[in-house]
Design a binder for this molecule. Structure first.
Ligand code: 0WD
Ligand code: CA
Length: 381
């Protein structure tokens, strides 16, 4: 008995329903009640140091320091002389998460009910938070497509992004100005983050984008048990700060808003991405720095994730959280019906381009394989 206002629409599975070869991304199909999304629980964390080495601990966590009401932040400072950039030609795929899983295998397995059959890890999906963010925003994305590699191994589905041709070209053709602006977000973090509970931020130091602190959370979207990891900028250091992930704070920069049109675009496009990214791991707030074209911060603002849906209510034909969550949920169900063979040697490559359906191809023993031998062996195959 469906009470959906759109029950006359075809089911999201387009093409001939029996073969289920494609999944529609039309927004209207996903305007249904908000699916159950359990409060994410932090099950662990890990750190990547200045040389991108993995540690199964929180050594890279940083502490938020409230900015002054009239900040004097120059985001261009240090770009030429105090910047160590991560080598993004090295594709790490899910490796850091897999290392974390191996290091915490017994802890994870002990959470699985003794009587349960599959999956061995007790979760249905393992991925990066950033990949889920892309899924959430897909019904509203008009510019960039994506490729997601999926492998079923011991009953758990692993999802790892593959760079598209278009994205590779964009990276290659980045202007000097664009490259510098990518640094501005990291510089903003340096102005607001301290290394320990008592220290102050050190804007004179080096910005090294190899360093990262990542939370690992577990949650459930409808009937999909998810385990994912996301990079966290900093945490609240107040004596009354809540437990993780509620103590975490996401830092963002954005262009100063001067006109109603700019405000509307900020709500329609930027807040969608910001909401999706922080809602997923249960990070409750964003501290945003608004900057002028010269990289000077003209003001900061705290945005509570729970308030974003109210902020956008006055925008005509705006994005809806329920569409994002329902699409992600249906995509995971689609992948489940498609990927049946349980093997680290098989990859189903899911592909999406704006204004198209999601489709897939199957690859055996190919260069798309992304579960490394050390992981497959470590899981005891
Ligand atoms: O190799 C790859 N293709 C990817 C690697 C794709 C996506 C993620 N990663 C890994 C990296 O190890 C990184 O440490 O993911 C980590 C971040 O994962 P995430 O939290 O799932 O990614 P996302 O939510 O897209 O980005 C969070 C932050 C970004 O902050 P802003 O405020 O700009 O959204 O992580 C940083 C960036 O600071 N970041 C990355 N850092 C390293 N490698 C990457 C990346 N590929 N993408 C974003
Ligand atoms: Ca950030």
């Amino acid at each position: 008995p469906s009470h959906s206002p759109h029950r006359a629409d075809p089911a999201p599975l387009s093409s001939s329903a029996s073969s289920c070869r494609a999944l529609s991304t039309r927004r209207q199909l996903y305007e249904k009640p908000f699916p159950v999304y359990k409060q994410p629980v932090e099950v662990g964390s890990f750190s990547l140091d200045s040389e991108r080495r993995f540690f199964n601990d929180a050594r890279q966590i940083r502490y938020f320091v409230e900015p002054p009401s009239r900040p004097d932040f120059n985001l261009r400072d240090g770009y030429k002389d105090r910047f160590v950039k991560r080598d993004d030609s090295i594709k790490e795929k899910l490796d850091h998460i897999l290392r974390w899983i191996l290091a915490n295998k017994s802890k994870l397995e002990s959470r699985v009910a003794a009587a349960s059959s599959s999956p061995a890890l007790g979760v249905d999906v393992v991925t990066w938070r950033g990949h889920l963010t892309k899924l959430l925003t897909t019904p509203y994305e008009t510019r960039e497509g994506w490729l997601l590699a999926a492998t079923l191994f011991r009953g758990t589905l692993y999802l790892s992004e593959v760079e598209t041709e278009a994205s590779r070209r964009d990276t290659e053709n980045r202007t000097e100005r664009h490259q510098e602006m990518m640094y501005w977000g990291y510089k903003f973090e340096q102005y607001l983050c301290a290394e320990d509970m008592k220290a102050s931020p050190d804007p004179g130091g080096v910005v090294n984008t190899n360093e990262a602190f990542c939370t690992v959370v577990q949650t459930k979207l409808a009937d999909h048990k998810l385990l994912f990891s996301g990079e966290v900028d900093c945490r609240d250091r107040g004596p009354k700060s809540p437990a993780a992930p509620a103590c975490y704070i996401e830092l963002k920069t954005s262009a100063e808003i001067c006109t109603p049109k700019q405000r509307s675009n900020f709500h329609r496009f930027k807040l969608l991405k910001w909401w999706a990214q922080s809602f997923l791991p249960g990070v409750p707030r964003i501290v945003a720095g608004f900057r002028d074209p010269d990289g000077l911060v003209v003001g900061t603002e705290t945005i509570h994730i729970s308030q974003i849906s109210h902020l956008i209510k006055n925008e005509y034909n705006c994005w809806k959280p329920t569409v994002c969550m329902n699409f992600c949920c249906e995509f995971l169900s689609f992948v489940r019906t498609v990927v049946r063979e349980d093997s680290p040697r098989v990859v189903h490559l899911f592909s999406w381009d704006p204004h198209q359906d999601v489709t897939y191809t199957v690859h055996r023993d190919s260069s798309y394989c992304f579960l490394p031998p050390w992981y497959v062996e470590g899981m005891g195959s």
